[in-house]
Design a protein around this ligand. Structure first.
Ligand code: LLP
Length: 441
């Protein structure tokens, strides 16, 4: 059987003509039988492979890939990444506790981002000995200094600067302009570092920047890092030597890539397997050039790029119905399981697990939730579909389960991890009892 679980192509493909969709070596039908639907399926091999792409591209300098936990915080995925040397970018005490639960030894490889850290979260992070706090305001730095003094733990910090660089992406996930709530104006940063130098329990460790998410070209990353590297040179002249530059996350993926088949292997396609390797190489080269002579450590915080293509949401078709001119395919998965189409008008490829012969026609793929925002695709041309069929929503490994909810009192899906020829449950399906448990009458 053809194997296509490379780091660069999607792990979901049809291995032979007429065969059902597979995740690596495992058939999706067998996973749906074992674990039920809706079901998130992830390829551990691909996640590991993609981490390797960054690690190889940055091998020439001291670096740390800090996976952005928010993209997918499954403990099994955190453990898999930690075992391969990844660090973590967290944005809450909850995410820190996940890292501690999955891989306590990785605490020293954690950077803590976010504009609203609470005192309790800061304390937990100080006591856990994390690598760096990415500080987003002067008030936060004051609180950090006070807590570090109180706990007698030195706090390594980086200021998250706002580089005022525009990145072409969805407005909700663009963050690097001065009009956004993130970071500290780069012109203010120097004075703040100087002031912090008087504070015994603070260590000016680095500087960080993050300009947004789902950015497909390397240019904006280079522009932002160049600004940051300039600041680092200025600070060095003033006697403040920073050890790390954190370039943030944000490298995007191709949600429109075609699904590989036996007759059309992904190698033959535009944006095929080389695409991801090339993208990472371009990204690394842009950072390298922008860093100039900086000889410290480079941190990056990729989320989506590591996990999005490795995951799919598997759903079963409940009904197919016509309303006027439209045909609706109603699945057992819904917007509460994957909200990206509803929230960002995001486009996700939809692949039937066992495509039927016949003329493709345009359908809306929707869930059972009671609002018209509950859709995965509008007017999508798909092969004929019948009730009972399995469909997959691809590239759902990032910001899928992580942004799921219990809207309409729907228990969240189970999650399965595929490694080689083996698959295992990494999160059992929620039950209604789980949903009711915290409530009081
Ligand atoms: N670092 C920081 C400080 C971030 O705010 C983010 C994402 C990342 C790293 C990781 O970015 P990535 O490499 O995944 O692009 N829910 C949205 C995406 C929100 C991104 C928020 N910040 C979506 O589904 O498209």
């Amino acid at each position: 059987m053809a194997k296509q679980t490379t780091a660069s192509s999607r792990p979901f493909f049809y291995p032979q003509a007429g065969a059902a969709l597979h995740c690596g070596e495992v058939s999706i039908e067998s996973l749906a039988r074992r674990f039920g639907t809706p079901l998130y399926v992830y390829s551990g091999d691909q996640i590991a492979g993609r981490l390797g792409l960054f690690q190889q591209a940055l091998a020439g300098r001291e670096h740390l890939v800090c996976y952005a936990v928010k993209a997918n915080s499954a403990l099994a995925i955190l453990r898999l990444l930690a075992a391969r040397g990844a660090g973590f970018d967290i944005v809450s005490g909850g995410e820190l506790q996940r890292v501690l639960a999955a891989a306590p030894e990785a605490a020293s490889r954690v950077v803590f981002s976010g504009a609203g850290k609470t005192e309790a979260e800061i304390d937990l992070a100080l006591q856990s000995g994390i690598l760096q706090f990415n500080v987003e305001s002067e008030a936060e730095l004051k609180l950090l200094a006070a807590r570090a003094r109180k706990l007698k733990v030195r706090a390594r910090f980086a200021l998250r600067v706002n580089p005022d660089v525009f990145a072409e992406t969805h407005p909700y996930i663009s963050t690097g302009l001065s009009e956004h709530k993130f970071g500290i104006a780069i012109d203010r940063a120097r004075a703040i570092y100087k002031e912090a130098a008087n504070e015994r329990w603070l260590e000016a460790h680095g500087v960080s920047v993050h300009i947004g998410s789902q950015i497909r070209s390397a240019g904006p990353f280079g522009a932002a890092v160049a600004r940051v590297a300039g600041l680092v040179r200025t600070l060095r002249r003033a006697g403040i030597a920073l050890k790390a530059i954190d370039a943030g996350g944000g490298l995007g993926i191709d949600y429109h890539a075609l699904v590989a088949t036996a007759t059309q292997p992904v190698h033959a396609q535009k944006n095929g397997p080389c695409d991801a390797t090339v993208k990472v190489a371009e990204y690394a080269a842009a950072l390298e050039e922008a860093l100039g002579g900086f000889d410290g450590r480079l941190l990056i915080e990729p989320g989506r790029f590591l996990v999005a293509p490795a995951g799919a949401l598997v759903a079963r078709v409940l009904y197919v119905k016509r309303n006027g001119k439209k045909t609706f395919v109603i699945t057992d998965a819904a917007m509460n399981d994957l909200i990206r189409p509803a929230l960002y008008q995001a486009w996700h490829e939809i692949a039937p697990v066992r495509p039927r012969a016949g003329r493709p026609r345009a359908v809306d793929v929707v869930g059972p939730v009671c609002e018209s925002g509950d859709f995965f695709a509008h007017d999508r041309k798909l092969a004929p579909i019948a009730p009972g069929d399995l469909l997959t929503v691809l590239d759902a490994g990032a910001y899928g389960m992580a942004q799921s909810s219990n809207y309409n009192s729907r228990p969240r899906p189970a999650e399965a991890l595929v490694e080689g020829a083996k698959a295992r449950l990494i999160r059992r399906r929620e039950t209604v009892a789980d949903l009711l448990a915290p409530e009081l009458l």
